[in-house]
Design a binder for this molecule. Structure first.
Ligand SMILES: Nc1ncnc2c1ncn2[C@@H]1O[C@H](COP(=O)(O)OP(=O)(O)OP(=O)(O)O)[C@@H](O)[C@H]1O
Ligand SMILES: [Mg+2]
Length: 341
């Protein structure tokens, strides 16, 4: 066989490099390139525990005030406990509830939404992109505070941020970016190694015919931003930029900065390539080819998707009970049918 194999390139990434990519660390230096954003930090430890707890406990929208005034410790009576389950009640006492345990943060988030309109949330590094299935519009657009809780609670990427932050001892922050309808075709990831661009990739892995003829124009704006703004202002020599270049393709928006490390998705490249590309005088802007197959045709984050009736039920213990009964009946029926065959 003629194919040759290369050893997996080592790509060192220090704790400091990861910390330099925390949103609030780089945001002040690049503010004029970043869509309107508010950062709330530090976050109360109750909120972090709320994100870590199993299940999702939302305050009922219409009753926020009455819950807060009539039941300050959060032991709301419910009509399905019928005194049968002391354990369940005890568990409820331990539950963290926004209006009871972090009302200030709750109100701060509401104020930001009142000021900016719909927002898209993220923690120190990650946005809950894997959890869009939980919102009716299937995006990270949040028009009210409960949608933010839903998204953050349902996301594995957020769990990952919590783990990294705790391991490294970082303060947590909630980043609320004003939501705008960006065109995913015009999002790019630009890989910078030792102060040179080594590659750029389309970020959304669908085929868009019109991108090919615009390649040089995109590269011009990447070059200008990276050389004149990113490299002089970012503390590391290697990093990965997420840039958005809307029509008429002459200005970039900075969406995110990620570590130059294997944990960052290399998209249409491989990390081995990015670590070893030698000609640094020019670089390739890779686009998804027509008739793309394989990994690029698969749906993103599909491993994290759950049927909607399960999600709906997870918000209401009675519905969970009903759903379980329906499933049990279905299984029983199937069993009976197969027995009678
Ligand atoms: N202000 C905004 N309005 C609408 N959509 C946005 C906004 N900012 C970001 N997005 C969308 O959210 C996506 C994810 O944002 P971001 O890159 O910050 O998340 P991330 O968790 O850091 O992603 P990754 O894990 O790939 O680094 C972007 O690709 C973009 O499509
Ligand atoms: Mg990122």
């Amino acid at each position: 066989m003629s194919s040759s194999y290369s050893a997996l390139s080592e790509i060192p990434c220090s704790k400091e490099q990861v910390e330099n990519c925390i949103f609030s660390r780089w945001y002040p230096k690049f503010k004029s390139y970043v869509p309107m954003t508010r950062i709330i930090k530090p976050l109360p430890s109750e909120f972090i525990r709320y994100l870590e707890q199993d299940g999702i406990k939302l305050p009922p929208v219409d009753q926020e005030l009455s819950i807060y005034t009539s039941d300050p410790v959060g032991n709301q009576a419910n009509d399905y406990s019928d005194g049968e389950d002391a354990q369940e009640e005890e568990q409820q006492e331990d539950e963290i509830k926004p209006l009871i345990h972090f009302p200030e943060l709750h109100n701060q988030i509401k104020q930001v939404i009142a000021e900016l309109g719909p927002v898209t949330p993220k923690l120190n590094w990650s946005s809950p992109r894997d959890a869009v299935w939980i919102l009716p519009n299937n995006t990270t657009k949040c028009t009210e505070v409960n949608e933010i809780y839903l998204l953050l609670n349902a996301s594995n990427y957020i769990v990952h941020d919590l783990e990294i932050g705790q391991q490294q001892g970082n303060e947590f922050e909630l980043v609320l970016r004003q939501w705008f309808a960006l065109n995913p075709a015009l999002e790019f990831r630009v890989f910078v190694r030792d102060s040179k661009i080594v590659g750029a990739s389309q970020r959304d892995l669908n085929y868009y015919k019109y991108l090919e003829s615009l390649k040089d124009q995109f590269k011009d704006v990447f070059d200008e931003f990276v050389e004149e703004t990113a490299i002089p202002n970012f503390p590391d020599k290697s990093f990965v930029l997420d840039l958005y270049v809307p029509r008429p393709f002459n200005k970039v928006y900075l969406i995110d900065i990620n570590p130059f490390a294997r944990k960052t998705d290399p998209l249409l490249f491989s990390w081995n390539e990015l670590a070893t590309i030698e000609n640094q005088d020019d670089y390739e802007l890779r686009l998804v080819p027509e008739n793309n197959v394989g990994r690029f045709a698969s749906k993103e984050h599909s491993e994290n998707q759950v049927p909607k009736d399960v999600v709906d039920a997870s918000l209401d213990p009675r519905a969970i009970k009903e759903l379980t009964e329906q499933w049990t009946q279905l299984l029983r029926r199937q069993q009976e049918e197969s027995d009678s065959e």
